[in-house]
Design a protein around this ligand. Structure first.
Ligand code: B4P
Length: 191
């Protein structure tokens, strides 16, 4: 089993590198951002609540997102894989604590946290570039800057949290997608 958290600011390449990691290590992908966007698209009650937060560049409340994660884990789709990649979760210390408990209840744990480190001007550039094509309501400059503030205030403390556990692996997220993937693989293969 290989359970990985892919961690980083908005636009750091979490989704992009997750796609490659899933294939290479036969992992089951859980992206809380994708789950929320799917709910928004389908007009569910959860989607209606989530949209208000996402459009403001804020995080969806912990209780909601932890429930969603528990549901996705219990759908058992992960059973056919060799582990799970958590993309965009956890984003707060309470989410990290809940994840630890959820995994412990299932007899497993997080093995490594891959932290994609990218300078802020590059993050904004990537988000705006994607916004030209994605139609994502949060890929505009005003919301992107709010998302970065939210990241600094609520999510970045997780780096120290996982460093203390000896699980954090810093990866330079600037460069070509393939070169970054090689760095991640080198780091995980030494596990
Ligand atoms: P997410 O979908 O997780 O969005 P994100 O953090 O902004 O990451 P994103 O997917 O945009 O970035 P990536 O790094 O892949 O969350 C959206 C919202 O949902 C959040 O703001 C929040 O409101 C809510 N939410 C989600 N999870 C939550 C949780 N756990 N708790 C509470 N709320 C939650 O972007 C990469 C971009 O850069 C792509 O366009 C890609 O093409 C490009 N790129 C990638 N690698 C590159 C490279 N090496 N060079 C150049 N460009 C590159």
């Amino acid at each position: 089993m290989l359970n990985i958290v892919i961690f980083g600011a908005p636009g750091s390449g979490k989704g992009t590198q997750s796609d490659k990691l899933i294939e290479h290590y036969n992992l089951f992908h859980i992206s809380t951002g994708d789950v929320l966007r799917d709910n928004i698209k389908r007009g569910t009650e959860l989607g209606k609540i989530a949209k208000g937060f996402i459009d403001q560049g804020q995080l969806v409340p912990d209780e909601l997102i932890i429930d969603i994660l528990a549901q996705v884990l219990d759908e058992n789709k992960a059973n056919a894989s060799d582990g799970v990649i958590f993309d965009g979760f956890p984003r707060t210390i309470p989410q990290a604590e809940a994840l630890e408990q959820l995994l412990a209840d299932r007899g497993t744990k997080i093995d490594a946290v891959v932290g994609l480190e990218v300078p802020e001007d590059e993050l904004i550039k990537r988000i705006l570039l994607r916004g030209q094509m994605s139609g994502r309501s949060d890929d505009n400059e005003e919301t992107a800057r709010k998302r970065l503030d939210t990241y600094h205030n609520q999510t970045s403390p997780l780096k120290a949290y996982y460093e203390q556990q000896g699980k954090y692996r810093a990866i330079n997220g600037l460069g070509s997608i393939d070169d970054i993937f090689e760095l991640i693989k080198d780091s995980l293969d030494s596990l």
